[in-house]
Design a protein around this ligand. Structure first.
Ligand code: SF4
Length: 65
């Protein structure tokens, strides 16, 4: 399985900062969290899944194929 996209549902994000703590290479939290541009997502597959599982607002989604 390879991660093809990652996103944050901004209306659900509470900007708690946990995703950036878990994987700062992919997530950046300002007023809300967003996914950084140009990141090779597959290098961080484990961390992305960990961040998505750990998000208290369940605001992180990803797609894999
Ligand atoms: S862990 Fe979830 S709620 Fe917290 S900043 Fe990241 S996306 Fe937003």
């Amino acid at each position: 399985m390879a991660i093809t996209s990652v996103w944050v549902n901004e209306e659900d994000c509470t900007a708690c900062g946990l995703c950036e703590e878990t994987c700062p290479e992919v997530f950046e939290v300002g007023e809300v969290a967003h996914v950084k541009d140009g990141v090779d997502l597959n290098i961080y597959e484990t961390e992305i899944k960990e961040a998505a599982d750990g998000c208290p607002a369940e605001a992180i989604g990803y797609e894999e194929e």
